[in-house]
Design a protein around this ligand. Structure first.
Ligand SMILES: Nc1ncnc2c1ncn2[C@@H]1O[C@H](COP(=O)(O)OP(=O)(O)O)[C@@H](O)[C@H]1O
Ligand SMILES: [Mg+2]
Length: 578
């Protein structure tokens, strides 16, 4: 919590104000029983001495005044605490979001998207609520305890000994509850992750789910994670609620004891009735303050799990970062792989790429084919440094990719990923992701190369057409062409198309390749495709199999010597997808 506190920023002042105001409230609240005691004492002695009306009115007036002051302080404190805690969580979310933006793919893989979402929402809420309680109750309770104890002591020191029995029992009970509950709350939060993961995956893939009629399966999967969450919640709450009965027993026990011993003192004439009433109020206040402290404790335990999860994100070191004195210029579009190995897990046995060596000239067009899972996407991900090679080096423009400013490198290496996304907004907004200062002519030119200009103009709103969330308004092939145009707008030195025309018809696909060749002769082009037709006119074609390069050559060469290549070619000739 302390580590997080600096995120309070300018809202710190409110978080300091809240406890100060609440102390005012408590001072008033603990003083009122004194006045009541005096009143009752006066009344109970009415038979012996006449009641002083003036004195009574003075006491009554003072009580009303104190009640109002207490109200004012309390309301002010509640407001300050809310403003402070909300401001804090706003800042914290900002910091988390900012941090996540710096994450590499590997960092994100590690947490999972769903878990990051839970951490930014549920965990921050939990922390915010605790902070709100903390700034009010953590001060209110001890001050109330001290004040009530002081007044009770002054009224009757002998009765205080009752607390010597009650308080240790309470503390032992609370510590036990907390110890047991904490691990259960950690489990609870991870169940939230699982459930959010299930919801998120289902919603992003809702079209696929429906197409494959997997609704029933998805429903039962969700039901399972919701049930798991309920169980985890039950297990955690089961411990926490023991708090209530423990408090009740102690509270009532103390009151009975006070009445028992205090009653005897009244009969014996050593205590006055009003003092006993006030004493009961004080003992209630003392135990109440301890109970609230215990709630605070529990809430603290709950949010300790959340705080830990938030800190994990904030303290995660982005594994791909711009080095000091980074290169800010990519010389050309040449690419070299030197004995590159790669594994997502970092372990050698599960390597996805093995001993890849390649030498691609600037401006060359290279085709990359291989079965699904052979490592094509992984291989090209190393070029813009979406991941770092596990062994060996990747060079772009003659320098190791780890020496570049990542922003510069990624501007120079434009990738149209297999799973590409458009964002909500108009077509032109989306294209400007490639280059926010692009002129209309540049945008049109890029769209012409990507064979997108015609269909965009055929829409009633043209380039201003709203894409809807994730680009649902355009067909798969149109989306792919927009993604290519967006990538082209970066005027990259290396252009990578990862199966980026899979949903485009063959004729259009050929026109895109033709336009790329004639319009961007300087740019190195790497084309991953399932169709041989998409790569056959490339300068060289790389055949990848189970993470190894098995052959490199032109279409004609490969037709002669590569069995794999010839097999794929023939299978596609025989009414494959051509
Ligand atoms: N983010 C990831 N984490 C772990 N394994 C992955 C990840 N992405 C891909 N893989 C694994 O790496 C292998 C190669 O995948 P990929 O490069 O996507 O193949 P291709 O693009 O040729 O179909 C596959 O076995 C796949 O399961
Ligand atoms: Mg792939």
């Amino acid at each position: 919590m302390r580590k997080l506190f600096r995120y309070a920023g300018k809202y710190k002042i409110y978080l300091f104000l809240a406890p100060i105001l609440i102390i005012g409230e408590v001072v008033m609240e603990t003083f009122i029983p004194q006045l009541i005691a005096q009143l009752i004492n006066m009344i109970s002695k009415a038979e012996e001495t006449a009641i002083d009306m003036g004195e009574m009115l003075k006491l009554g007036g003072l009580m009303v005044l104190m009640a109002f002051l207490s109200l004012g302080f309390g309301a002010g404190s509640a407001r300050a605490a809310s403003v402070g805690a909300m401001g804090f969580s706003r800042n914290l979310r900002h910091a988390l979001f900012e941090k996540v933006q710096h994450f590499s793919f590997k960092n994100i893989d590690k947490f999972s998207t769903a878990s990051l979402v839970t951490r930014l929402t549920t965990d921050v809420n939990q922390t915010q609520n605790t902070l709100m309680m903390l700034v009010r109750m953590a001060f209110r309770s001890p001050v109330m305890f001290i004040m009530a104890f002081y007044w009770a002591w002054r009224l009757n020191p002998s009765l205080i000994t009752i607390l010597l029995v009650a308080v240790p029992i309470l503390i032992i009970g609370l510590v036990t509850i907390t110890r047991l509950a904490y691990p259960r709350f950690r489990v609870l939060m991870s169940k939230y992750d699982t459930m959010n993961g299930s919801v998120q995956e289902n919603l992003t893939g809702i079209r696929v789910v429906k197409a494959f009629v997997r609704e029933t399966f998805e429903k039962s999967k969700f039901a399972r994670s919701a049930d798991d969450l309920m169980d985890a919640q039950r297990r955690a709450e089961k411990i926490v609620i023991l708090n209530g009965p423990l408090m009740q027993i102690l509270m009532n026990g103390c009151i009975v004891a006070v009445l028992w011993f205090g009653g005897r003192q009244i009969v014996g004439g050593t205590m006055e009735l009003g003092d006993l009433t006030a004493f009961i109020t004080y003992i209630t206040q003392i135990l109440m303050s301890l109970m609230i402290l215990s709630f605070l404790f529990v809430s603290f335990v709950m949010s300790r799990a959340s705080v830990a999860r938030i800190l994990e994100v904030l303290e995660e070191v982005p594994d791909i970062e711009t080095p000091e004195n980074a290169k800010t210029e990519v010389a050309d579009g040449s690419i070299v792989f030197e004995h590159v190995d790669f594994s997502y897990t970092g372990t050698e046995e599960r390597a996805v790429l093995r001993d890849i060596s390649l030498n691609i000239r600037s401006g060359e067009t290279v085709g990359l084919i291989g079965a699904t899972g052979s490592g094509k996407t992984t291989l090209i991900s190393l070029i813009p440094r979406l991941y770092d090679a596990t062994a060996g080096r990747v060079l772009v423009g003659g320098a190791d990719v780890r020496e570049y400013d990542t922003a510069v490198l990624r501007d120079a290496v434009s990738v149209v990923l297999q799973k590409n996304v458009l964002f909500s907004g108009s077509i032109i907004d989306n294209l400007r992701w490639g280059n926010e200062h692009a002129t209309e002519e540049e945008i049109t030119a890029a769209c012409k190369v990507a064979q997108a200009d015609d269909f965009v103009r055929s829409f009633p709103d043209g380039y201003e057409t709203d894409l809807g969330q994730g680009g649902v308004n355009v067909s798969g092939g149109q989306k792919q062409r927009l993604c290519i145009a967006r990538a082209l707008l970066k005027s990259p030195k290396v252009m990578i198309l990862d199966d980026a025309t899979s949903a485009v018809d063959t004729a259009t696909d050929a026109r895109i390749r033709e336009a790329l060749r004639t319009q961007m002769p300087e740019t190195t082009k790497i084309i991953i495709a399932q169709r041989i037709a998409s790569v056959m006119d490339a300068d060289r074609i790389i055949v990848l199999d189970e993470g190894r390069i098995v052959d490199v050559g032109t279409h004609e060469e490969l037709m002669q010597r590569s069995d794999i290549y010839r097999d794929v070619y023939h299978s596609q000739q025989k009414g494959g997808d051509e």
